[in-house]
Design a protein around this ligand. Structure first.
Ligand code: MN
Length: 168
């Protein structure tokens, strides 16, 4: 009976990973799966995630900030971490297999693969930055004062609020 429950929990985790583009952390998976299994522990979530990764049914991504994220899309693809909101995005691009050859050319050992993580800003963040820049310019221009820094920090707070709302 316990085994059945456990495999259902694992199935639920797997389905969530396969149906989200969020590249969730274990905590995010935990929050999600608890909606269906309120008694599940974070430890069980971690165990199931490790199992899925070991079985090749999910990928573990180590992001620039050291956080680990999980991906149900197991076919080779590359990611971008948004320096603004911290979310992870899939990139539509061809595999960079030739860089293995480039690496092997200058190395006496064996190259088995590579890890590439792109950094930049997601479309929403880029839009926010543009709006903020324009708004700041207009405000500063109109006010014609020395309060530029105050306005910028105020708008940065606004951005944090906007993206927080966006995430939920
Ligand atoms: Mn992905």
């Amino acid at each position: 009976m316990a085994a059945v429950k456990h495999s259902k929990q694992r199935q639920s985790i797997k389905e969530y990973l396969m149906n989200t583009k969020e590249h969730p952390t274990a905590d995010m998976v935990y929050t999600q799966v608890r909606k269906f299994y309120p008694n599940i522990s974070l430890g069980t979530v971690y165990r199931n995630l490790n199992f899925l990764v070991d079985q090749g049914e999910a990928i573990r991504l180590t992001c620039g900030d050291g956080s680990e994220r999980y991906d149900g899309t197991t076919s080779p693809h590359y990611h971008l971490v948004c320096s603004g909101c911290g979310r992870v995005f899939d990139l539509k691009m061809s595999p960079l297999d030739h860089i293995n050859t480039l690496a092997a050319a200058g190395f006496d050992g064996t190259i088995e693969g590579h890890t590439v993580l792109f950094h930049g800003h997601c479309p929403e963040w880029s839009k926010l930055v543009n709006i903020t820049t324009n708004l700041t310019y207009k405000l500063c221009h109109n006010l014609n004062s020395f309060r530029t820094e105050k306005i910028i920090s105020f708008l940065k707070i606004k951005i944090v609020i906007v993206t927080d709302i966006d995430d939920t």
